[in-house]
Design a protein around this ligand. Structure first.
Ligand SMILES: Cc1cc2nc3c(=O)[nH]c(=O)nc-3n(C[C@H](O)[C@H](O)[C@H](O)COP(=O)(O)OP(=O)(O)OC[C@H]3O[C@@H](n4cnc5c(N)ncnc54)[C@H](O)[C@@H]3O)c2cc1C
Length: 647
């Protein structure tokens, strides 16, 4: 860094030590809620965030709907019914514990966010009289207006309110520090977690955090198969800084992972191939249930989940005959779809009927409040859309009463991808958890998108609050801090700083290495899996580790952060290959195709972890959570009593 134009003080090599009862890694939705909840239990809490917690993470810029608020006063669905639908929809390959917590406590978490200053009701009566509004509570619902389990909310107000509430509750927020490793008792993999290390993304200062309990809330991996050096920020749906550091740290420390063999064909904003999320016409998610028209202006018939054509707009928001309720438009439902995409007929059928591409989303023919709630509210509140889509399109003259927005696919998709272009999306793998949301490492808790089979804001907020409570209770039982192992810290310091002293003429940059990993994963871990392919991938990535990583070069702390992320992506890619090797048969719900399988029944959950470089595999029954209601109540007596007393 000597002589460079770097605008911040250079503190590389200097060490800052901090300690807390509860250390939260990642200041996104789950991390903020976890920190707040642990602080409310009277614990000293540190919240470490790579960016700035006020707006960081997938939920930092907003969100437009809150799923699974089963206990909100207008819901007609119980937490048990909702969880059953989620489990059935995935043939059991889902996280019953974390999603039950979401169904049971999601509404409580939303009320906490409202108390912090987030907006969850139509207090200005802007949508008074709308079919999706309850005039008494002023709550507004999305998708399924009958069951009223999904709420429309003003998500852009949430993160700043959460961050401010954390500070007010006494949480020490450490922004711009990238957590790099977990510290374990005696430096052993698989031992109790006693802290973490980090590096400042601007000054390069090294951090050592000691704690009695640690919460992992650093979201999930990305850019494993998809990377475009020209559009790094648009590579994937979730933000650039969420790259899977937590998974890599956990793996190195001996944590156990579940479902890491699951990947789906890319479907959302990846590698610069599609436009920014929600900036193109479709009738899905934020744009549910917009009408589509074809190139000649002819309206495309709107189909229900069974392919029946709906006659009016109102019925798009009602469950069909034989269906009790549905969740997000198109993505999850209580019963499985029999046709591709519920909102239109399959493209081949439309083509036969003479409909012509391109298609457009047309809000002009929707009832006024339905149009206004999509364009004015949801597109304005959804993650990443307030400025680039809502504001910029409006400034450019887009008027939803007169203009239409082009679809860049044939329905709700916004781009077509190849089978080997994959993503960890739609309930992907992650940390394995027990009923305390603790991992196999004593003292290491996990929340939000870092959990296996996770998704959504409500899930992140509810599991964050829950993990905060459980970690606080665990910390309360520990007598003293455990001194970290000096060798473990020194080794991590050497690893972290190596790229700053590498030879710029010889070393690969973060972008080159990310591109190489993505190509390797497309080649050897694409849609079709077989041992020969997977083992070639293992060998190639080991070569990257031996030959490219030691020479990789970073000119300043920013490049260092990006490079350390890509080192973590490399580790995650290796974990995925190991998980794929561990599953011997195809499994439809995991989108896992083994062309050398023997046709036997797919195994249940397959969890893997490493110790001393050796991978250990364990099969876990799909129903390992047991009776969710009974087990939840057994583990949360205090919380239930506290809530009951508050009513
Ligand atoms: C565009 C978009 C729209 C969405 N819309 C909705 C919606 O309308 N409704 C809904 O329910 N869900 C929505 N989601 C999903 C939802 O936002 C996520 O599920 C939720 O934010 C997950 O919370 P989390 O805390 O686990 O992860 P995040 O909120 O992403 O937070 C993870 C945090 O960890 C930090 N971090 C990462 N690595 C490190 C490190 N090494 N050291 C320190 N910190 C680190 C990151 O900077 C980040 O702040 C949307 C997601 C996106 C991307």
């Amino acid at each position: 860094m000597e002589g460079s134009q770097w605008p911040y003080e250079n503190r590389s090599g200097q060490v800052q030590s901090m300690e807390a009862d509860v250390l939260v890694l990642g200041g996104g939705v789950a991390g903020c809620m976890a920190a707040y909840s642990a602080a409310r239990q009277g614990k000293k809490v540190l919240l470490v965030e790579k960016g700035a917690a006020k707006r960081s993470g997938a939920g930092g810029s907003g969100c437009d709907h809150w799923e699974s608020a089963a206990t909100n006063p207008c819901s007609t669905v119980s937490p048990e019914e909702l969880l059953k639908a989620m489990m059935d929809d995935n043939d059991g390959y889902n996280n019953a514990i974390s999603h039950y917590i979401e169904c049971r406590e999601g509404w409580d978490a939303l009320l906490d966010i409202e108390r912090m200053g987030g907006k969850i009701r139509d207090t200005e009566d802007e949508f008074k009289g709308a079919a999706f509004r309850d005039d008494e509570t002023k709550l507004m619902f999305a998708y399924d207006y009958k069951s009223r389990i999904t709420l429309r909310i003003w998500g852009t107000t949430f993160k700043p309110a959460m961050e401010a509430a954390c500070r007010k509750a006494g949480v020490q927020v450490v922004d711009r520090v990238m957590a790099t490793s977990l510290l374990t008792e005696d430096g052993r993999a698989g031992a109790r977690c006693i802290g973490a290390t980090g590096v400042h993304t601007r000054t390069g200062e090294f951090y050592v955090f000691r704690a009695k309990a640690v919460i992992m809330a650093m979201s999930r991996p990305a850019r494993v198969w998809l990377f475009s050096s020209g559009h790094p920020g648009l590579c994937e749906f979730r933000p650039l800084q969420c790259a899977g550091d937590g998974h890599a740290m956990g793996w190195r420390a001996g944590a156990e992972f579940n479902m890491m063999e699951k990947s789906v064909r890319a479907e959302f904003s990846a590698a610069g191939r599609s436009f920014p999320p929600y900036s193109t016409g479709n009738n899905h998610n934020t744009w549910y249930a917009a009408s589509l028209i074809d190139a000649t202006g002819r309206e495309i018939p709107y189909a229900d989940r069974d392919g029946r054509i709906l006659k009016d707009v109102a019925s798009r928001y009602q469950p069909v005959e034989g269906q009790d309720f549905f969740l997000k438009g198109g993505a999850i439902t209580q019963a499985k779809y029999e046709i591709e995409g519920p909102e239109t007929l399959p493209y081949e059928e439309l083509q036969k009927q003479g409909y012509k591409l391109p298609f457009y989303a047309d809000l002009s023919n929707l009832p006024e409040l339905e149009r206004k709630v999509i364009w004015g509210m949801m597109v304005g509140q959804e993650g990443k859309t307030q400025v680039p889509v809502y504001r910029h399109f409006t400034e450019a003259g887009f008027d939803p009463e007169r203009h239409v927005l082009q679809c860049y696919g044939v329905g709700w998709t916004s781009a077509e991808f190849l089978p080997q272009e994959r993503q960890l999306f739609g309930l992907p793998g992650g940390f394995m958890n027990d009923w305390d949301l603790m991992t196999n490492l004593p003292g290491l808790f996990v929340a939000g998108d870092a959990l296996f089979a996770s998704d959504c804001y409500g899930h992140a907020a509810a599991t964050g609050s829950y993990a905060g409570r459980k970690a606080a209770a665990y910390a309360g039982k520990q007598a003293a801090f455990i001194e970290p192992c000096g060798d473990q810290i020194e080794q991590e310091k050497r690893r972290v700083y190596a790229p700053l002293t590498a030879d710029p003429a010889q070393g690969a940059s973060w972008k080159e290495l990310n591109e190489a990993i993505a190509k390797a994963m497309q080649n050897y871990c694409g849609e079709q899996k077989r041992d020969e392919l997977l083992l070639s991938g293992v060998e190639l990535l080991e070569r990257y580790e031996r030959e490219i990583v030691p020479k990789a070069y970073a000119a300043n702390p920013h490049e260092l952060t990006r490079l350390l992320e890509v080192f973590d992506i490399l580790t995650v890619a290796q974990v995925i290959l190991q998980a794929c090797l561990a599953r011997r048969q195809s499994c439809g719900k995991l989108e896992f195709v083994r062309s050398d399988g023997d046709g036997a029944e797919p195994a249940p959950f397959i969890c893997i972890r490493q110790e001393g470089g050796k991978v250990f595999r364990r099969e876990v029954p799909l129903d390992y959570a047991g009776d969710v209601k009974a087990n939840y109540e057994k583990h949360n007596r205090d919380y239930i009593e506290e809530k009951g007393a508050a009513v």
